[in-house]
Design a protein. Structure first.
Ligand SMILES: [Zn+2]
Ligand SMILES: [Zn+2]
Lengths: 244, 200
């Protein structure tokens, strides 16, 4: 057993017994960790001033056996470090916060650190806490996450033949754009317009990233093996798959 | 785990172990305790367990647990039916009712919206709440949900639905817990308390 001190964001939690919960954390230096918080629901233990909530930011002390990554760690201390009350003021902020937590939990491995991703997640949550529209922060985070796990697709050329024009489709399986000539032999693909592709080449210049979010969500769904549960809350049916 | 050669004793221990907080050792202790008790007591215990299953239903108005429908709160004419306190679970209703401060009536949602767990608005008693607000001349709806991400999300969803109705929507104050020390409060508690400070 070793004691680990780190910063963490709560990605998920589920009841483990009457009095304890399993908390899924993204820690800054140690990656995703699943840990038991005992006595948390009754609030019996002083060291947890309150139950640990989803999307909370805090400093954590864990006792864990990293040599046995499949065993649960124990949370021995949790101190909330930053309040994100703004997230709770608007439903779209809460949905966006849960979306970024969901895709992070689904696409990261236990004990595989990604400090850049951690910082990006905290930044996304802070920005969302004050956001009128959630998609810019969410799309920026999708990009960081995919980049960090090595799954950022190629948008500047056909991933199959390398040509840089007539790029009409996107294939999640192939990991990027495919051209008009390569496209017919592929089943898993999605039509992508020039506006969307331009957005994905330079996300920072985009005001309304809806089509970029939609395409990255499509890619993320393939990587996760299912659609994120919060996708629907962030995108209306008419926005989804609309070619631009 | 239960390795007694006596099958009926094994069976009782297996059933007891399904109860919250009861492990193999406690199950064994309870089983042997019951074995020593009189047959009358065993019958009373079994009867009491069956009675809660047979008699307790959900009030069709507020979804509180009750033996009569409507429940004693909903059928009480001296309560203020224009004021509905919305809670997640019957246990929350009991906690509020124990204060003796609530003169209105309740509505139990039977949970909260939890998108990550696949619980949507349709899984709760939200439609019934909206029907009540429409039919019963309700003046105020107080969203007394847990101040968690899911509870707050559910409250925001209800707020958007109720915004179209001529009804006041409020929620209980949040912030510092009475009887505790400020230095142990979390950042969220402090921020809530600071923002929601009240004149005195
Ligand atoms: Zn090609
Ligand atoms: Zn009732």
């Amino acid at each position: 057993m070793s004691l680990i001190r780190d910063q963490a964001v709560v990605l998920g939690r589920l009841d483990y017994s009457e009095t304890s919960q399993v908390i899924v954390l993204l820690t800054r230096e140690h990656g995703k960790v699943r840990a038991i918080a005992k006595g948390i629901k009754r609030g019996t233990k002083q060291r947890f001033a309150a139950a640990i909530d989803l999307l909370e930011l805090g400093s954590v002390v864990l006792s864990a056996r990293q040599d046995r990554p499949h065993t649960l760690a124990n949370i021995t201390e949790w101190k909330q470090t930053r309040s994100l009350l703004g997230l709770r003021e608007k439903l779209h902020r809460l949905h966006a916060g849960q979306y970024v937590a969901e895709i992070t939990a689904a696409l990261t491995e236990d004990w595989d650190p990604h400090a850049v991703m951690y910082d990006a997640l905290v930044h996304a949550l802070v920005v969302l806490g004050d956001a009128d529209t959630p998609l810019p922060a969410v799309t920026a985070y999708q990009q960081k996450l995919l980049d960090e796990i090595g799954s950022w697709p190629r948008f500047d050329a056909c991933v199959l033949c390398g040509r840089m024009d007539e790029l009409t489709h996107f294939s999640s399986f192939e990991g990027g754009m495919i051209c008009r000539h390569c496209e017919p032999t592929h089943i898993e693909k999605r039509e992508v317009g020039p506006i969307t592709r331009a957005m994905l080449i330079d996300i920072s210049t985009t005001n309304d990233p809806t089509p970029a979010f939609d395409l990255l969500d499509y890619h993320i769904s393939h990587l996760m093996g299912r659609a994120p549960k919060l996708s629907e809350a962030l995108l209306t049916k008419t926005q989804r798959g609309h070619v631009r | 785990m239960n390795d007694h050669p006596i099958q009926s004793l094994n069976e009782l221990q297996t059933q007891l172990q399904k109860l919250p907080g009861i492990g193999p050792r406690s199950a064994e202790r309870v089983a042997f305790h019951l074995l020593r008790e009189s047959r009358d007591y065993a019958a009373q215990l079994a009867g009491a367990i069956l009675a809660i299953k047979d008699r307790i239903i959900h009030c069709r108005t507020c979804y509180n647990l009750t033996e009569v429908d409507p429940c004693s709160i909903c059928s009480n004419a001296s309560r203020d039916h224009g004021e509905i306190w919305v809670v997640e679970q019957p246990k929350d209703l009991l906690a509020l009712e124990a204060t003796g401060l609530i003169h209105g009536v309740y509505h139990v949602l039977m949970g909260h919206i939890a998108p990550l767990e696949g619980v949507g608005p349709g899984d709760l008693t939200i439609d019934a709440l909206l029907d009540r607000v429409r039919a019963d001349n309700v003046r105020e709806v107080i969203l007394a949900l847990n101040p968690t991400i899911e509870g707050d999300g559910t409250a925001l969803h209800l707020q958007s639905l109720l915004a179209e109705r001529d009804v006041r929507v409020s929620r209980p104050a949040r912030g510092l817990a009475v009887g505790t020390q400020l230095e142990y409060a979390t950042v969220s508690m402090l921020e809530s308390a600071i923002r929601g400070r009240a004149p005195m």
